[in-house]
Design a protein around this ligand. Sequence first.
Ligand SMILES: [Cu+2]
Length: 128
Amino acid sequence: MTLRAPITAALLAASVLAPAAAIAQPRLVAATPAANAAVARTASVTLNFSERLAPGQSSATLVMTGMPGMANHPDMKMPGVTTSVSKDGKALLLTSAKPIPTGTYRVDYVVVGADRQRIAGKHSFSIR
Ligand SMILES: [Cu+2]
């Protein structure tokens, strides 16, 4: 009894920790527009992840980092952009009410996967 208790406790701790450690965290694997690509005007940005995302806790903002004819453009959060998680749970969709104007952009995202950890990241592209 005195010997077994610590072992049982250790096994219990291991079984509780193992599943969480085995679940991979969501990782950005592809995007449209692609990383650092210069594309024609569009109203949507799609970020594809390696794992399913928790819909209520995964979001992103679209930040304009530069535009033609403006030196030292400050970071500017674009208004009218909504974020949703795709039906299959593996993509974060940004939809702009209007086509995104010519300029350079950064998507700042925070996603939560099955392990409940918040993963923050950035994705940059430009609109011609
Ligand atoms: Cu601007």
